[in-house]
Design a protein. Sequence first.
Length: 248
Amino acid sequence: MSIVTKSSYINNILVGSKKIHSIFFDHSTFFDHESKLVLRELELKRNNREVKELDRVLSDLHSLNQKKIPEIEKLLNDQLSVFGEKVKLANQQAQENLNEAKKLFENRTKRNKERKKQFRKASREIENDFKKKILRIKKKEQERKKKVELKKTSKIQSQPKKENKTKPVEEKERETKELEKQEEKQEQKLDQENEKEKQENKKEEEEGDKKEEKQEQKRDQENEKDKKEEKEKTEKKTNQENESTEQK
């Protein structure tokens, strides 16, 4: 072995021994590494304690929620029931108001029809009375003229020397009777028209009453049907809510 080789070998041994010495016998490095391990272990323990504490808190919260959930559900169901009852009462009140408004409108319409009918009837009666008065006035005027003519005729007939150019008394009386007959016929015709009008009005009133009665019955049936449907709907909804509550 040459001297150079021996020297290199010895140097390598020395370097290696220094490294071994630095690893195993350098106390500062060794204790520093040990302290880091201890600190890491302490940190892990602390983290484990914190994790356990968090788990406990979460478990407590979960338990509390499990206790509160039924109370919250009960409160919500109670509020829903109260709200449903309020809605039901509001719907009933609205339906009653609507029915009352319909009834008032129908009564008002009925009264207006009755007033119009009475007004037409009164107008026809006034018109017929006026026609009768005119006929009576004409009749009186004709009677007055007849008396005047009779006086003139009697006066003329009492003068035989003068030529009588007027109509004979019999012819005057005959014409007067004809006029009276015509007036009587007109009065009878008016009376017949009035009677016919009364019968038509009576018939119209009876038909209107029957029609109104049928409409009233129909409205009552519709209202009864609506009430029944509303009751069935409410009962069905209540049963569904009860079943849902029981299932929960």
